[in-house]
Design a protein around this ligand. Structure first.
Ligand code: 5GP
Ligand code: ZN
Length: 134
């Protein structure tokens, strides 16, 4: 038996409120929703995060789109945050790739209220570091 909680949810060993599934992915409601309908889309294949394997990430794109459209249609969402945390420093707590779908509704300030620009960012210095050749 896997000790990965999302592998166990995919296998049906742990119950979840499943809203969508296809050959590559399963989508189920987050236990601790940020907003009504907050859903996680996870691949059936275990990889640690969204940057671990491009093929696995690509394979869940149809499920992300289908689930996002389902939530929009059924819950009347007027927007959606689509995000994936990679690494503990980014807030990842379950190390099986998952995409969060957080429906947003009218008059909702959204993630923009949380993500204020850092005034000290030096765009030239950061750009130079990213584009420097070794
Ligand atoms: P992360 O912090 O890794 O980006 O997101 C992990 C998410 O998984 C959290 O939002 C958390 O609420 C959710 N979660 C953790 N354990 C379970 C579980 O057993 N079932 C469900 N449905 N969600 C879970
Ligand atoms: Zn897993």
């Amino acid at each position: 038996m896997s000790d990965c909680i999302f592998c166990r949810i995919v296998a049906g060993e742990i119950p979840s409120k499943r809203v969508y599934a296809d050959d590559a992915a399963v989508a189920f409601l987050d236990l601790a929703p940020f907003k009504a309908g907050h859903t996680l889309v996870v691949p059936r294949t275990h990889v640690s995060d969204a940057l671990a394997d491009a093929g696995v990430l690509a394979s869940i794109a149809p499920a992300v789109v289908a689930t996002g459209r389902l939530l929009t249609e059924k819950l009347g969402a007027s927007g959606m945050n689509v995000l994936s945390n990679v690494g503990a420093d980014a807030g990842q707590s379950v190390f099986h790739l998952h995409v969060h779908l957080v429906p947003r509704y009218a008059d909702d300030p959204g993630m923009g209220a949380l993500l204020t620009p850092a005034a000290s960012d030096d765009l030239d210095a950061v750009h130079a570091r990213i584009t420097a050749t070794a």
